[in-house]
Design a protein around this ligand. Structure first.
Ligand SMILES: [Zn+2]
Length: 123
């Protein structure tokens, strides 16, 4: 089985400039989450040629206290809805939620699932 593994931020959705921190990073709010142009159609084309399409992404925003846990799922729903509207689908979404400097204790760890490590569990 052939597959394409895509990152999320900057590949599927636009990165955001956060003025307060002076950094370009993942979206922190619902209104900041926007798919990049033609991403849903591109994923559909990958589906059409028989490739599995999966997102593999480090998402330490919750660990760092930048976003609430439910917002990650909200972003996911938006992404899936837009992809579905274009006739495409994803075969998997896999996140590492950890970060060595996390504010959330249970997510503060040097894990094996954070890219570029290879330990992210894929079913
Ligand atoms: Zn991890």
């Amino acid at each position: 089985m052939k597959a394409v593994l895509l990152d999320r931020d900057g590949v599927i959705n636009a990165l955001v400039y956060h003025h307060d921190a002076g950094v370009i990073d993942t979206p922190f709010t619902r209104s900041q989450f926007k798919l990049l142009p033609r991403v849903p159609e591109a994923i559909r084309l990958l589906n059409d040629v028989g490739l599995r399409v999966m997102i593999v992404s480090n998402q330490p925003g919750i660990a760092k206290g930048h976003l609430k846990p439910n917002l990650l799922r909200t972003f996911e729903r938006i992404m899936l809805s837009d992809i579905r509207a274009a006739g495409g689908h994803l075969d998997g979404i896999y996140y590492c939620l950890h970060h060595p400097d996390a504010k959330v204790p249970k997510l503060r760890q040097c894990c094996r699932c954070r890219k570029p490590e290879i330990g992210l569990p894929v079913n």
